[in-house]
Ligand binder design. Structure first.
Ligand SMILES: [Zn+2]
Length: 436
């Protein structure tokens, strides 16, 4: 436990410097939530892009995101390359360090394309940093979190939607293990989604039975993607009262997957579309209506917390549809979204932009923890109240040297794998163009 000892000294220093709690860091990582500590809700919407959201907000189709924006400081988030790799970008958001340091750099590894597992993380994520300070996190569905790690709080891995036909769920879907049954019960079988439910994504009056016959692949994609998101929504509903988590991190992967599957229908005008016009008309509205659903979910998740609860809504990159950039088709864009509501921020202001690596320091600051000197990003310095400016200046002046000593232990415990589940994951990644 020499790492833990060092880690606790680092944290103790951090807490004293941040002026929040006198440095009495509980040695027990599974310790109870610290009372009165700052709390934060994060809603991650993979690939959300103002170019899509702005017109939908203006048209009144995203009322919850629009209302939240009025309460938040908001702006663009500058991502970095390779833009097409969500796992790499989210791991950078969650650790505040570059991919060369945190080690999560792809979807799959090796010639047999093994999905990259949680042991790839060589840097502590924000939940590890909080955990060492005796504070708790709920994180669910985040990329590269199988098997779920022993954190202070609950981690529901990104493998939850897979392997539903197994007799016994894969070990490691959730930490703690005791929640396994409850979490597995939250899964949604894509085939149980009714035509009435799916109709919200398709043209009014469409004959869904006929669409399933004519466009089986598209309909299955829609089912699979939505069912996975619905499962994680159920998980969040189920666990929100489990404990008063210091960091409640709700992540929606579906908007990115839906965009990979359906954005080309949105991007093409009928005159420029060389395929079947009926197909174009059928799926043209899927991406936008999926964002309407994501907006509803955002409203629901926000409603679980006090109206002024410190909250960040962010994406890891933007998305503006298929375009040719010389080396094949590119769909992601460099500009994601960022919104922050807190007592330190001015409501309704728009700032220029922040960078992806600024997100982790900014989350830490809102949780009353200083970033580390070896995190390249800065706490967002725009959109602040006068008090917020003082606070951010204080936090920036009092960075700790490094949190890297809190990195998760490698290779602890036996990882259960299942070739069928791995193939199921590869199939989905391939069908959406994430891997070849
Ligand atoms: Zn992404």
């Amino acid at each position: 436990m020499k790492v833990a000892g060092r880690a606790i000294r680092v944290l103790a220093a951090a807490l004293v410097l941040a002026g929040c709690g006198g440095g009495d860091v509980p040695a027990d990582r599974a310790g109870a939530t610290k009372k009165g500590a700052a709390k934060l809700l994060v809603i991650g919407i993979d690939s959300a892009d103002w170019r899509l959201l702005d017109p939908l907000m203006a048209a009144g189709r995203l009322p919850h995101l629009k209302a939240f924006r009025a309460q938040a400081a908001s702006g663009r988030m500058e991502s970095f390359y390779p833009l097409e790799k969500s796992p790499l970008l989210w791991a950078s958001i969650c650790t505040g360090v570059e991919p060369a340091v945190h080690g999560v750099d792809s979807f799959v590894k090796g010639s047999d394309q093994k999905p990259v597992t949680g042991s790839a993380w060589h840097a502590p994520a924000i939940w590890d940093i909080l955990g060492a300070a005796g504070r708790s996190t709920l994180i669910s569905g985040m990329w590269t979190t199988f098997p779920a790690r022993a954190i202070n709080g609950v981690m529901v891995s990104d493998y939850l939607p897979y392997g539903r036909e197994r007799e016994r769920p894969l070990a490691g879907l959730v930490h703690p293990d005791s929640l396994s049954e409850a979490v597995v019960a939250c899964r949604v079988d894509p085939q149980t989604l009714s035509h009435d439910q799916l109709a919200r994504f398709l043209p009014a009056g469409a004959d869904l039975a006929a669409l399933e016959q004519t466009y089986p692949q598209q309909m299955q994609k829609l089912r699979d993607i939505w069912a996975a998101d619905l499962g994680y929504l159920n998980v969040a509903r189920r666990l929100k009262d489990q404990r008063d988590f210091d960091l409640f991190f709700f992540y929606l992967r579906g908007p990115d997957m839906i965009s990979h599957g359906f954005y080309h229908y949105l991007a093409f005008a009928p005159a420029d579309w060389h395929g079947d016009q009926a197909e174009l008309a059928t799926f043209k509205g899927v991406v936008e209506s999926y964002y309407e659903w994501a907006d509803e979910v955002t409203g629901e998740v926000l409603s679980w917390f006090p109206a002024d609860h410190p909250t960040i809504i962010a994406s890891d990159h933007g998305f503006y549809g298929p375009r040719d950039e010389g080396k094949g088709t590119v769909e992601h864009s460099e500009w994601g979204i960022f919104m922050v509501r807190s007592p330190l921020h001015l409501p309704g202001v728009t700032f220029g932009h922040l960078k992806l690596l600024d997100i982790c320091p900014t989350m830490l600051a809102l949780l009353d923890l200083p970033p580390a000197v070896d995190m390249p990003g800065a706490v967002l310095a725009e959109g602040l109240t006068a008090q917020g400016q003082d606070r951010v200046a204080h936090i920036e002046k009092n960075r700790v040297p490094s949190y890297l000593a809190l990195r998760p232990a490698v290779g602890s415990g036996v990882v259960e794998t299942d070739d069928k589940v791995e193939e199921e994951i590869r199939r989905q990644l391939r069908s959406l163009g994430y891997i070849k």
